[in-house]
Structure formats: C-alpha cells, structure tokens
Design a protein around this ligand. Structure first.
Ligand SMILES: Nc1ncnc2c1ncn2[C@@H]1O[C@H](COP(=O)(O)OP(=O)(O)OP(=O)(O)O)[C@@H](O)[C@H]1O
Length: 535
C-alpha cells in the first residue's frame, strides 16, 4: 500500500434527531428516528424522502443538531473542532467517522464519496468515553489491539507497543490493570492515553479524536497533541479532533479551526484568520486569553447578532434598504469598520481545497485473516474470563448444581414410550396460529420481566448473570418439557409450579393438540389413545 494522505471533506451536513414520537407501538422494530427536511425549505433527495415518509408519522418533535456544516481536513494537518458544550462537536465527529448517518449532506474522501467499510480500515476513531477492558493491563490492551490490526512478526508488534507506551508516558503503568469503578486501576488521564494508543497503534491515515485531552493535565495534553502533530507532519496523516479550552501552545499546533455554535459553523480557517476576524469585529483579544478561548467566550455575542440578523431578514426589502441607508449615514461604515459577525466568519471559510490526488489507492485488506482475528479475540476473552474469578467460580458451581439436579430428576426415569412426549405436526388452523403467536409474545415479555426484576434485585452484573442463568435453566428443566409432572420427584415438585415455562408450555399443548383428535398411541395400526383435552 502506498503511503498517501487523505483529505476528508464534509459538505452541507445537516443532522436532526427526533425527540418525540407519536406512535410508540412498533418503535422496537425500527431504527431510532433521525428526521429530515422539515424546515429546510429544500426539496428532499429521493433517499431522504423515503426515510422521511417512513418516519414522519412517528416523529412530532425534531431537534436540529447540525446545520449546513462544511469543512475540510487535509493530509499533514490537524483540524480542531471547537465550540461550547452541546455545540455539536461529537455529533460531527461521529458523522465524519461514519458511525452516524447525517440527515443530509455527504462526506468525501479525496473528493470521492466515502466507502464506509474501506474508511474503517484506514482510519481510527477515539470516542469521548473510554471503552476499555478493565481486567487487562495497559500493555495487554495495546498488544491485543496491535495483534488484531497489524500483520507483523510478534517481535515487531512488541517493539511498536513498547515505543508507543513510552511515547504516551504510560511506561510506569504498563503492567497495571486498566480497572473500572469497582476495581481501582489506572487514572482517568492514563485511560484517555490508552484509548488514543489503541487507535494509533496501526498508524491510520485519518485519525478522529473526540476530546483527546479531557482529563489530562496541561503537560500531558501538550504531549498528546504534540504527538498527533508529529504524526500528521511526518507521516502525512489527517488529524481531526475536538477540544475544550486548548492552551496557547496547543492552539499553535492546529492548522485549522472549525468553530461550531448551535450546530452551525462560525469559522473555518486558520487560527490567525480567526484572530483577524475577531479584531475586525471590534472584539479586542484580552491579555492571557488565547484566540480560540476568546472566540468561544464571544459566542453569546455572535448568537445575539445572528438573532438580530434573522429578524432583519424578516423586514421587507424596501424598508431594509431605507433603514440601511439611514444606518450608514448615522454611523459611517468606514468609521466603525464593523461587519456582522456572521458575514465575517463566513468569509473565512476555507476555499483552498489544495491539490489532492484523486487517484489514490485505498484498496487495502484487513491486517489479519478472519481465523487469526478469532484466535486473538478468543485469547483475549479467555484471559478476561479467567481473571473474572467470581464469575468463573459462580458458573462452575452453577454447572455442578445443574448437573446434580438433572441427575436426581432423571435417574429413575422409566424406559419405553411412557413419559416421552410425542412430537406431531402443529395445528393448521388460523385461530391456533394467532394463539401460538400470542403465547410466544407473552413468553418473551415474561422472560424480559423476570430478567429486569432480577437485575433490579442483584447487586452487580456478575451475580446477576449467575442468578439469572440458574433461575431460567431450572424453570426450563421443571417446566414439564423434559419430564412430565408425575415423573418429577416429590421434593422438586414445587419447582414445577414455580416454573414460568410450565404455563406457556401447557398453553402450547392445549393450542396444538386439544380436540385435534390426534392419535397419541397406535397398536397394530389402530389408534389406542386420542388427544382430546389436557387437564
Ligand atoms: N441521540 C441524541 N438524543 C438527544 N440529544 C442528542 C443526541 N445526540 C446529540 N444530542 C444533543 O445534540 C447536542 C450536541 O451534542 P454533542 O454531543 O454533539 O455536543 P458537543 O459539542 O460534543 O458537546 P460536549 O462538548 O459537551 O461533548 C447536545 O445538545 C445533545 O444533547
């Protein structure tokens, strides 16, 4: 595979979510609604129209998350997405990473529509929340990630992981378990670095990071962004990251900034350009505040001005012209030198797309075969299971008890036909079929309710897991499916009545066989026993 860069471009991204539904009945069978062009004032595209039709009946409240977002991230550059909390940074990154489908707009990779599957192979995405295996050590976590994503000899994989650990300042915790809220492990900042390392280990062409510096001290944050900067410059990688309150030195490392507020782009360009625009608007940068921080702080003003502008757009053109002339005379355009913030910010949109080679070769396979992936994943799973001593112990005890119970139930079973259930064709009757569906539906809901009930009662996942499999298993065992009520030893009979499977099982029998006059036992070709009813 050639060492080429990737330009990632977002064009006209709109993203809306449905926050209220009218029809809840079939919601579980559908994807969460993400609604379209209700207030666009634009013709929906065919695909959107279809989705709209499907969902419009369900959604009565739509929330706009992103609105006409355009941006470009070039190879060898770091694009920082900034903005206040809730501005839509994470949503945009999820869309760029192909995790979420936008309501409208497209993502281009080197000026071609992105192929999601291919993009996943050449990119890395670090989510805002650290999703790690608490029982693995830092080194093991990275080793498994490297083994899955690299097709290199073990020695090289080890040395790459070791150097990454050193580079990210994780050397002192390399052999410490990651941990979670139950078992104390590495710190929050160290977890953040591990999450980054997992995605960096295979050296992706495009790296998308959602707040990589959150929870880090300023030195560590500097170190991380510095590492990403080096990655982008030396290897031509494209880095897109979101960040809150970057320091002076960090801001200097960004090649371009995308300032978001309320899902709209207020600035897309260099940091210097952002400073120039703010000054042109009469917003003087205070001492000891960097330009990005100041721009975020000034967003209130921008939003106010936007609202004024929107109101202004409502005024008829004729009146607007008169008022405009009056305003110019009153203030003197050249004296103030002020433009609306929106106008100025829009001017700074990046237009220089640069020279990108559209013929870049992206055909690459996964690093390892499916078989090897399964082996690596099985190894990891086995390690985790072995380390979950409580779960391992509970499962072993549970298996032993189940074995003993099974043995005690079936040890006196008679040979021959007696006690065995006959399996014959189901009742071919529409009412019986509907009844069958109803029973299935009831079983599903009953099982669901039992699980929810036990999950509320037990203290944690491990105990819950063991209890629920034991309870469900014994319910199944004593339901009458394997052994009839009369054959169950007296000391276990209570379980038959407690079993939640007994009732649907009998319901099925009644539904399928009652009054069907099916023959249950033949002798010399003649029917001996007919299924009339079940008591
Ligand atoms: N699935 C969803 N359901 C409801 N609201 C959502 C959903 N996804 C995003 N939002 C809302 O969209 C807005 C933007 O969210 P997003 O997480 O993208 O913001 P952000 O800029 O990354 O915020 P922060 O910096 O706090 O992480 C928020 O107000 C959030 O509540």
């Amino acid at each position: 595979m050639k060492n080429q860069g990737c330009q990632v471009e977002a064009i006209g991204i709109n993203y809306k979510i449905c926050t209220g539904t009218t029809e809840q009945t079939f919601k579980i069978f559908r994807k969460p609604p993400q609604l379209n062009n209700e207030d666009d004032g634009e013709e929906p595209e065919p695909e959107e129209e279809a989705r709209n039709d499907d969902q419009s009946s369900m959604c009565n409240r739509v929330r706009r998350i992103l609105w006409d977002v355009n941006c470009v991230a070039k190879p060898s550059e770091v694009l920082a997405v900034v903005g206040p909390s809730g501005a839509g940074k994470s949503s945009l990154l999820e869309i760029l990473a192909g995790k979420v489908r936008p309501t409208k707009g497209s993502i281009l990779l080197n000026q071609k529509p992105v192929d999601k599957a291919q993009f996943r192979k050449i990119s890395g995405y670090v989510t805002q929340k650290d999703i790690l295996f608490p029982l693995l050590t830092v080194e093991e976590t990275l080793m498994f990630s490297a083994k899955l994503r690299l097709n290199l000899p073990k020695q090289q994989v080890c040395s790459r992981v070791k150097s990454l650990i050193e580079e990210l300042g994780l050397g002192h915790v390399a052999r410490t378990r990651v941990g979670d809220e139950r078992v104390r492990g590495i710190s929050g900042g160290e977890k953040r670095r591990v999450s980054i390392a997992i995605e960096v280990v295979h050296d992706p062409k495009v790296l998308i990071l959602d707040e990589p510096t959150s929870g880090l001290d300023s030195t560590s944050a500097m170190q991380i962004i510095g590492m990403l900067k080096v990655m982008s410059e030396s290897r031509g990688r494209t880095i897109i990251l979101s960040i809150h309150q970057p320091g002076f030195r960090i801001v200097k490392m960004f090649n371009s900034i995308l300032l978001l507020a309320n899902g709209s782009v207020l600035h897309h360009g260099t940091v210097d350009l952002l400073g120039v625009n703010l000054r042109l608007m009469g917003l003087e940068l205070p001492l000891h505040v960097n330009v990005v921080e100041f721009a975020i702080e000034s967003i209130e003003t921008i939003q106010q001005q936007q609202r004024c502008e929107e109101d202004w757009q409502q005024v008829p053109q004729r009146l607007r012209g008169t008022a405009q002339r009056k305003k110019r005379n009153d203030q003197g355009e050249s004296r103030s030198g002020r433009f609306t913030l929106q106008q100025l910010f829009q001017q700074s949109k990046v237009t220089d797309v640069g020279m990108i080679n559209e013929e870049m070769d992206f055909t690459c396979e996964f690093a390892n075969s499916r078989l090897r992936e399964i082996i690596v994943l099985t190894h990891r799973f086995a390690k985790i299971i072995f380390r979950t001593k409580e779960l391992f112990g509970c499962r072993t005890i549970q298996m032993l008890i189940s074995g003993l119970v099974l043995g005690s139930v079936f040890c006196h079973l008679k040979d021959g036909l007696e006690g065995a259930q006959e399996r014959v064709g189901l009742n071919r009757n529409f009412a019986a079929f509907l009844n069958f569906l109803l029973i299935i539906w009831l079983i599903l809901y009953t099982a669901n309710s039992v699980v929810v009930c036990f999950s509320a009662l037990v203290p944690n996942f491990i105990v819950g897991n063991a209890v629920i499999s034991g309870v469900i298993g014994s319910f199944f065992l004593f339901s009458g499916y394997f052994i009839s009520k009369n054959e169950i030893p007296k000391y276990w009979i209570f379980m038959h009545y407690v079993s939640l499977y007994k009732y649907p099982f009998e319901g099925f029998l009644i539904n399928e066989f009652s009054n069907t006059k099916k023959c249950l036992e033949y002798m010399f070709g003649a029917c001996l026993v007919i299924f009339l009813c079940i008591s």
